[in-house]
Design a protein around this ligand. Structure first.
Ligand code: NAD
Length: 475
């Protein structure tokens, strides 16, 4: 496993946070506030030469963002999906194999919107050619992929700009939640929870059915993972939602962890200043059972791992070490109807499809992507200990999530992105460790520096996977 020991680089907003902490502890004189919109200031005149790997579906959400750049390459395993973009950018060269596309010498920035099982590959190959990379979430499909891609970026962070496609991060509520937690609105933090209720049930890989159409390069779609026969089912989804046709199969995705989990855990990640966890454990109980968090449900047997399909219901928990402003905490991910207990009966967490909850010594904070509620309670719930920020002290708004990356590409040493491959890499590594523990059937102890499970040797087999011949993760 890759050995990732480098310290995380500064992130946009770090200065403001540190400055405010000083103020909150009575040493306010030195408060340093960055000019609002400092990240969004003057862009150099030079244009990026952009390659789209994946040109349909989610990719089209990025077309507008590059309207002022040069699009010089388009790559899709489905030739029909390149027709529209090729009309829009007639000078762009077209490819069906992303490895060949990345040989094109004038490319300096890559936007990858392919299947999850190719993200870490494209990201590594792009960075190895000094190309900036915006990669759709999730950044990786295995713990090893997450570590390799993160280590790779940490070596190049001053020359290559990266961003993972968790664009909800630009919603101001992310900043407000983080400020409330950091500034102690609920007192000393002890737990964080994120959840999502999406349920997509499948029995196993679909059986062989018909031949792929001539314009669809199916073997390239399979790419690095073991071959599964063609079935049109993998391609029947609507534009931007086709990922729900394949992301629940182990070889192609990580189910709701890589899907909505990437967005929703981001609410927690942004607020807790995380590092990698030292333990992981996970369980799966049927939707509606007592163990799924429904107190009225019937007791049920746990659901064992399925060899082909990732779990629908899952609760994973991680021990997250202390940092310089909070103690060690428990971080939890819940999905498919498994839910944390509500802090008060009148708050129905089940009404929040994708949300997060933080527990502190003096109460709770519950939120979704766009709003939040505080529930102070306990002996010290008067909130006199908490001082709200002034407008000037608020963390600056993310001035356009894709734009932030484009500006960072033009000046990577100075301009940072919020969801770079370090921030997002540690998040997906952690979430994927939950799946490792689930498959191992045991709580695991993890050595974050070495990237190995130290107490359940058989769990190490689930940290990585074997690729098909001819495919290299870090080529
Ligand atoms: N950030 C978000 O809110 C958001 C929303 C939807 C999807 N996504 C992510 O975007 C990615 C794509 O999702 P989608 O629903 O558009 O999927 P999709 O199956 O429609 O694939 C998108 C495009 O990529 C092409 N493609 C697939 N594998 C390829 C490969 N190896 N090389 C070149 N082209 C390839 C497909 O033919 C298609 O044109 C997923 O990883 C998903 O998680 C993110």
């Amino acid at each position: 496993m890759a050995n990732v020991t480098e310290k995380r680089p500064g992130k946009p907003g770090d200065v403001e946070r540190r400055g405010f902490l000083k103020l909150a502890t009575g040493a306010g004189a030195g408060l340093l506030v960055l000019r609002s919109g400092a990240l969004g200031a003057e862009a150099p005149n030079n244009k990026l030469n952009v390659a789209f790997i994946g040109t349909w579906g989610r990719a089209s959400a990025h077309f507008g963002a590059v309207a002022n750049e040069n699009v010089v390459a388009l790559c899709d395993i489905n030739e029909k999906h390149m027709e529209g973009p090729a009309k829009r950018w007639p000078k762009a060269k077209t490819y069906v194999d992303w490895r060949k596309c990345l040989d094109q010498k004038d490319i300096n920035a890559v936007i990858c919107s392919t299947t999850d099982h190719t993200h870490a590959f494209v990201a590594n190959w792009a960075m190895n050619r000094d190309m900036h990379c915006y990669c759709e979430k999730p950044l990786a499909n295995t713990v090893e992929e997450a570590r390799v891609v993160r280590a790779n970026w940490l070596k190049r962070r001053d020359k290559v700009a990266t961003q993972v496609g968790t664009q909800r991060h630009e919603i101001d509520n992310f900043n407000r939640v983080a400020e409330l937690i950091r500034d102690g609105a609920i007192g000393e933090l002890s737990q964080a929870h994120a959840w999502g209720n999406r349920q997509i049930r499948r029995k196993g890989y679909p059986p062989a059915e018909s031949e792929p159409p001539p314009y669809l390069h199916y073997d390239l779609w399979i790419g690095p993972v073991p071959f599964h026969p063609y079935n049109p089912e993998y391609f029947r989804g609507g534009e931007g939602a086709n990922c729900l046709q394949w992301n629940m199969y182990w070889d192609f995705g990580s189910g709701q962890i890589g899907d909505m989990g990437s967005h929703t855990m981001d609410l927690v990640w942004n607020a807790i200043d995380p590092v990698l966890p030292t333990t992981a454990q996970a369980e799966s109980y049927p939707f509606g059972s007592q163990q799924a968090g429904n107190e009225k449900g019937k007791p049920a047997e746990p659901i064992p791992p399925h060899p082909e399909v990732t779990p629908v219901e899952l609760h994973s928990q991680f021990d997250m070490p202390a940092n310089n402003w909070r103690p060690a905490i428990k971080v939890n991910w819940w999905q498919g109807g498994m839910m944390p207990r509500t802090p008060r009966g009148y708050v129905d967490l089940n009404r929040i499809d994708h949300g997060a909850m933080f527990k502190g010594k003096n109460g709770f904070l519950v939120c979704d992507f766009g709003s939040r509620i505080l529930l102070p309670f306990g002996d010290a719930d008067d909130m006199t200990y908490y001082k709200p920020r002034t407008k000037e002290q608020l963390q600056p708004r993310v001035a356009g999530f894709q734009r932030e990356w484009i500006e960072a590409c033009k000046d990577p040493a100075k301009k940072k992105t919020h969801c770079d491959f370090d921030y997002s890499g540690t998040m997906i590594e952690t979430m994927l460790l939950g799946l490792v523990a689930y498959r191992a059937g045991k709580k695991i102890t993890y050595d974050p520096a070495k990237g190995v499970v130290t107490d359940v040797p058989e769990a190490n087999a689930f940290l990585s996977k074997k690729y098909r011949e001819g495919w290299t993760l870090n080529g």
